[in-house]
Design a protein around this ligand. Structure first.
Ligand SMILES: *[C@@H]1O[C@H](CO)[C@@H](O)[C@H](O)[C@H]1NC(C)=O
Length: 168
């Protein structure tokens, strides 16, 4: 009986140390970005209990692909509804490339080509810079792409930071 209790205690201890390490790792990554809360929310979706960098990178590339596809649909729909505007059109075109880059990042991850993800994310940051937010979007007081650009930059930064940390 005593032995079982000791074993249970040991297991609990190991689990809570792993949990604390995971939280520390998340903070260490996210404090390097401009939005700790958004970044932590993404990394918290990692179901693994130990802070393995590859698991964090996997959850990031997966979520980034999903979110950027949504963003591209969002801006495409606005473009279809509004119809024109040079700033808007550039934004749609740049997000088509941003979406493709995040999809490519998932393929690179699956092939363990982590260093190449870093270069790809530089292209993403450049693409986000092309999406100026100086056009009006009907129904919004503030251009919604301001927040989307910010999110996209955080996702790109996360992929870069974590790719650097994955042992190759
Ligand atoms: C995003 O890019 C991928 C790969 O090019 C493509 O399959 C997907 O349809 C794109 N998403 C949207 C919303 O167009």
């Amino acid at each position: 009986m005593y032995r079982i209790l000791l074993i249970l205690l040991a297991i609990t201890l190991v689990c809570s140390v792993a949990e604390a390490n995971t939280q520390q790792t998340i903070y260490a990554i996210c404090k390097q970005t401009i939005d700790i809360k958004f970044c932590s929310g993404i990394l918290a979706k990692n179901q693994a209990t130990s802070p393995i960098m590859k698991d964090f990178l996997k959850v990031t590339v997966t979520e980034a692909e999903r979110i950027s596809a949504n963003t591209y649909s969002f801006i495409s729909t606005i473009f279809l509804n509004v119809g024109s505007g040079p700033g808007l059109q550039k934004c749609v075109e740049s997000y088509a490339r941003v979406n493709a880059s995040f999809t490519n990042a998932v393929s690179l991850f699956n092939e363990d080509r982590f260093a190449e993800i870093i270069g790809l994310m530089d292209e993403v940051s450049y693409g986000v810079g092309i999406c100026k937010t100086d056009f009006n979007v009907p129904g919004y007081n503030v251009n919604p792409m301001i927040a989307k650009n910010r999110e996209t930059n955080v996702l790109a930064a996360m992929e870069k930071i974590i790719s650097h940390m994955v042992p190759s």
